[in-house]
Write a new protein. Sequence first.
Length: 426
Amino acid sequence: MIHDKKLNSILEAETKRQREGLELIPSENYVSKDVLEALGSIFTNKYSEGYPGRRYYGGQENTDQIETIAIDRAKQLFGSDHANVQSHSGAPANIAVYQAWLNPGDTIMAMRLDHGGHLTHGAPVTSSAKLYNFVRYGVKDVETGEIDYDEMREVALKEKPKILLAGFSGYPRSLDYAKFAAIGNEVGAVLMADMAHIAGLIAGKVLPNPFDFGFQIITSTTHKTLRGPRGGLILSNGTVGNPLKAPEKTVENLPTLIDREVFPGFQGGPHMNNVLAKAVAFGEALEPSFHDYALQILKNSKQLADELMKVGFKLVTNGTDNHMIMIDMPKSFDINGRETQDLLDRVGLTGNCNAIPDDPLPPFRPSGFRLGTPAMTTRGLKEKDMVFVAEQMVKTIKSRQDESVLDKIKSEIAVFASQFPLPSDI
């Protein structure tokens, strides 16, 4: 409870919204009580510029322990030599890597934005696109989602990127890390994976780990499938040195180069309450039960994809290999993605509009609608419950002109959702 009545009423309204609705956004999740406790802990008060054993302020005996535990757990989860747990989010994590390895004007090869790439993979509106030269790879066949690796190799041989980036924000299939590695090694590029969306699935060992294919760097958020606080994470292989001393720019020194770019290069002191929450979440992900959770995400996602296709939705790539589903809405029910988002939000089904490959519509009114199963899985929904979700989605869209029917659907969803408590309510 917040004693400010105006703010507390908004807090209560958001709690009600989350309890009575179903979260379909694939980049959102629910954290445990312990993660919430950490975020609201007394570590909020502490300023901790620097790294464990090398801080600029005093009183760091406890913060050093917390950050060291978070680092060690992240390394254990993903099998890396080093982890930087200070990044405030996924976008700053990506930018810190670019700055650590590149000079302005250098080339990065990343997925086309309209084929599923993230904003930080070179969207013209971002600062990174103004600093670096981005070249693209994309999907060869939208019906299968197959990446055009032959074209990727041709472009890489011509452009000689210094970073080959494997990662996505709106791509429902798997990437072939071995092919990325072969191309990257051929052209001498550093291999970087942005696993923000699938970090929990990699940690849970239900999807491949890029480090097993020779990647040097992995960036991620710590929310989404990893089910931690909102924050960033950078994992790297190489020699860990003193971040206060400028090392030579070599692949072996990537951990130290990255540390120096996170702080003091790009951001100030870490948010130690968030670092504590990351340590808690990493510990939860190391539990054997997390594998079962990650596996259930995939089961639910595949089931939901099947159910959606049964009731008339046209899916981009005709299915999914991960937690994410992309719908081509104009081909499904003659409605665009933005209209779908607003409509489903009206009844308590929260997803998000998204561009699809070769989208004829603009980014703020795209054709696609993106949804996923991490948050629903956290609340305990199983395969059989995906039938209800798909049915409510199609019923809502077909009844979009009838407010009374939409009110009834909203009530039905609220009753259904109330069977599955939030982790903070347990």
